[in-house]
Design a protein around this ligand. Sequence first.
Ligand code: CO
Length: 218
Amino acid sequence: MSDSGLGFSVKRFVIFIVACAIITLVFEGMSDVGGSMIKGQVSRTTSKFHPEKNVGDRIKPVFVLEDKTAVASAENSSDDSVVDSWNAADSCEQVIEGNDMLQFNLKEMKVSAACDSVTVTLKHTGVMAAEIMGHNWVLTTDSDFMPVATAAAGAGLENNYVPVGDDRVLSATSIIGGGEETSVTFSIGSLSAGDDYTFFCSFPGHYAIMKGSFKVIA
Ligand code: CO
């Protein structure tokens, strides 16, 4: 039987197997090379985003809704500073600031029960006039805060938005505008260490935001 060139022969079979093996080895070799090229590319690309690499080159967000780190450290530092800086003798002289953004710079004021009297100095750090963005500092008990704040609007600017002859008002400064400063000195003899007091600005509408707690520390 002669070899037609299409039939089975052991020689062709062996050549075929060897050819397959060579092709397989070549492909494996190529894939190793290709694989390492890809690995290298992935490594070069992703390493840019490694937490500790290229930090300065990264695109910064335009704004963040809340910087948790900053907020946390601010809270810690303010807590620490309050604890560290509070001094019973110093607490008899209080300074608080109001601005054009309807804000006091303090949410809490603490005075020592040992103070003969307390002086609160209010500074308006803004530029707006008293008629537009006036601020004062008014002290009441927590429970009198809302009724007095509501009644204050009727007193008018001529009375510094403080109800005239109202015993619920424990202390109050006059209304000031931007760049001005005022102060009031009062006895805390009638205040109790255990009671809750609120300070606020009685300019109409301001009390909702411009308020804080006033505590007498025994
Ligand atoms: Co105000």
